[in-house]
Design a protein around this ligand. Structure first.
Ligand SMILES: *[C@@H]1O[C@H](CO)[C@@H](O)[C@H](O)[C@H]1NC(C)=O
Ligand SMILES: *[C@@H]1O[C@H](CO)[C@@H](O)[C@H](O)[C@H]1NC(C)=O
Ligand SMILES: *[C@@H]1O[C@H](CO)[C@@H](O)[C@H](O)[C@H]1NC(C)=O
Ligand SMILES: *[C@@H]1O[C@H](CO)[C@@H](O)[C@H](O)[C@H]1NC(C)=O
Ligand SMILES: *[C@@H]1O[C@H](CO)[C@@H](O)[C@H](O)[C@H]1NC(C)=O
Ligand SMILES: *[C@@H]1O[C@H](CO)[C@@H](O)[C@H](O)[C@H]1NC(C)=O
Ligand SMILES: *[C@@H]1O[C@H](CO)[C@@H](O)[C@H](O)[C@H]1NC(C)=O
Ligand SMILES: *[C@@H]1O[C@H](CO)[C@@H](O)[C@H](O)[C@H]1NC(C)=O
Length: 503
């Protein structure tokens, strides 16, 4: 929706040529001052400069000092604040449209829990009466009319205004016990237990704006590094929402040239002076092709959201996009905190290196690989707009052109709870059928004989997310069944002074 950033390929015009064209320079005398800025519609300075030039400043919001004091310094509020934040304290506001809802609803259905999650999908108009509205999707509300607002980004859609106002319309519902307003798109998949773990770290009585950037540097340069991208979802604490809704409508008109709803929200928060607090588990997924490399190298942070899945190859090779997400969710439901968490171990008898991305994939290298290399994402993906090999906002490494440097790959096959607070996940060899032929010189024979990984792990204690982050350790253990086509791995917290160092 709003956060489907247009690509140059999508558009008949060339944005760069357009920006540099003499017509634009003649129209906008200020463009000289922003020569190095990349996208016309994202340039805050233009509308601000115009604003300063043509207004008498009277539209600027008055300070609301009392509001802040009330939220921060009332004894009763902070006592209530000591009660752990849970899912009931979140009000979701999903940006949707009557037209796209039937195509997108299956994404909301993956995470929406009737009678548990609270919130609404906000539509541009009442859906046709033959559309069913089961409990398994968020109930809908129809957004207020926004035709009175300015919107002048030539390559965007004015639905950005409507979607930016969802936080205000949600706030004005006046629902009880809301600590956080969480915004997302109709193609955002939330991992709500982890979202709660993340939000519970923060004092909801203070003014917080929490989310993540785009993965593609070109997007952050064009739109903003300082905003939480709307498709990855973001959270605004109640007291911040209370300030934001007071200025939002006026503010939306000040930033009419911006592209997206999320940029409008950030610009208005910038007037309040509250920066984004970045959390690494929100994933806008502004990437193309396969997200495998990115997901398999998830940072040590809970997985909060995934987005843009319709624009990516499915995350499991043999499944449809939606079945792939269901498979990932099956692991998440078994152990929410551990999903995608990385662990590395070596089998020094066989010189094997094993990288487990829990609930998703295992990679087996029949040689020793450093932790530094194992933790770095492999470029199975491209940037969002230009489909380039980078740059991204995190380090990547190319897929090795030498077949003999590539790992043997296993994908999640099954999950089970085995009692004692433990889980067993099974990973099945994913074969292109060409490995042996493609790497004749290296001895992959014993590694290629492995068909399964069985990984046991204790359930992840979400309280660990309140501690200093540390990747967990694992060890390769020999099975009792004597089968040499199954490798057993046990994940556990690391011991003191333990490190992943090949001897
Ligand atoms: C909040 O603080 C005000 C003044 O600081 C106090 O009068 C009021 O009783 C407090 N609210 C509650 C519910 O205790
Ligand atoms: C969430 O916390 C509130 C207290 O703030 C409590 O009343 C409620 O039962 C909790 N809900 C869940 C689902 O844990
Ligand atoms: C609902 O009715 C509209 C026409 O009013 C039709 O185009 C659409 O396919 C119908 N949808 C369903 C789910 O039956
Ligand atoms: C493992 O690697 C070390 C050093 O790289 C080598 O000395 C040793 O022979 C290897 N062992 C096996 C089983 O290949
Ligand atoms: C994927 O499908 C192919 C062909 O249907 C099959 O040979 C292969 O075993 C499947 N891979 C997995 C991991 O299930
Ligand atoms: C390669 O594999 C063969 C058969 O599996 C084994 O006999 C040989 O020792 C291996 N060579 C190395 C260098 O590991
Ligand atoms: C590994 O997983 C398979 C599939 O569930 C199971 O049959 C087997 O018993 C497991 N092996 C061990 C040693 O747990
Ligand atoms: C596991 O089995 C291998 C042979 O398959 C053996 O060399 C190794 O010592 C065993 N390791 C443990 C920890 O039992």
């Amino acid at each position: 929706m709003s956060c489907t950033r247009k690509t140059l390929h999508d558009h008949p015009f060339n944005l760069w040529k357009f920006l540099l064209s003499p017509t634009i320079k003649a129209i906008d005398v200020f463009s000289l001052t922003i020569k190095s800025t990349l996208a016309l519609c994202s340039v805050a300075s233009i509308s601000l400069i115009l604003y300063f030039a043509f207004s008498n400043y009277s539209h600027f919001p008055q300070p609301h000092i009392n509001t802040v004091t009330n939220f921060n310094q009332n004894g009763s509020v902070s006592i209530e604040g000591r009660e752990q934040t849970n899912i009931s304290h979140i009000l979701f506001g999903i940006g949707g449209s009557a037209k796209s809802w039937n195509k997108r609803r299956h994404y909301s259905q993956l995470w929406w829990k009737p009678k548990v999650t609270r919130g609404f999908v906000w539509l541009d108009k009442k859906p046709s009466s033959n559309m069913t509205w089961p409990e398994t999707v968020p109930p809908y509300k129809v957004s207020q009319d926004t035709s009175r607002f300015k919107y002048s980004c030539w390559y965007g859609s004015r639905s950005a205004v409507r979607i930016a106002r969802i936080v205000k319309e949600s706030f004005e519902l006046g629902l009880p016990n809301v600590r956080w307003f969480v915004m997302g798109d109709d193609d955002t998949v939330f991992f709500t237990d982890n979202l709660v773990s993340v939000l519970a770290k923060y004092d909801h009585n203070q003014m917080y704006y929490i989310g993540g950037n785009s993965e593609s540097v070109e997007q952050d340069v064009t739109h903003s590094y300082t905003m939480a991208y709307g498709g990855g979802g973001f959270a605004i604490s109640y007291p911040l929402a209370a300030e934001l809704v007071k200025i939002l409508d006026g503010c939306i008109n000040r930033y009419d040239k911006f592209y997206g709803s999320d940029e409008r929200i950030q610009a208005c928060l910038s007037e309040i002076g509250v920066p984004v607090t970045k959390e690494l588990g929100f994933h806008q997924l502004d990437i193309r092709r396969s997200p495998y490399g990115l997901l398999a190298a998830h940072p040590v942070a809970p997985l909060v959201s995934l987005h843009h899945l319709d624009y990516l190859e499915s995350i499991f090779p043999n499944l449809t996009r939606i079945d792939s997400v269901k498979k990932l969710v099956s692991g998440y439901e078994l152990d929410p905190g551990r999903i995608l968490q990385h662990s590395f171990c070596y089998d020094l008898n066989r010189n094997w290196s094993v990288s487990v991305s829990w609930g998703y994939t295992v990679r087996l290298y029949p040689f020793l690989v450093t932790a530094k290399k194992l933790e770095t994402a492999v470029e199975t993906f491209r940037t969002w707009r230009s489909w380039d090999a980078g740059p991204f906002t995190f380090n990547t490494q190319p897929v090795s052109s030498d077949m003999c440097e590539r790992p043997v790959v296993f994908m999640l096959d099954r999950v089970e709870s085995v009692g004692g607070g433990k889980t067993l996940t099974g990973y099945k060899r994913y074969s292109t059928g060409k490995e042996e032929k493609d790497c004749p010189k290296y001895n992959y024979t014993s590694a290629l004989a492995v068909q399964f990984f069985n990984v046991s792990a204790p359930k992840f204690n979400p309280d660990l997310w309140n501690k200093a982050p540390r990747r967990q350790c694992c060890e390769i253990i020999n099975g009792t069944d004597g089968a040499d086509n199954v490798v057993h791995v046990q994940i556990r917290g690391c011991k003191r002074f333990e490190s992943v160092s090949p001897q």
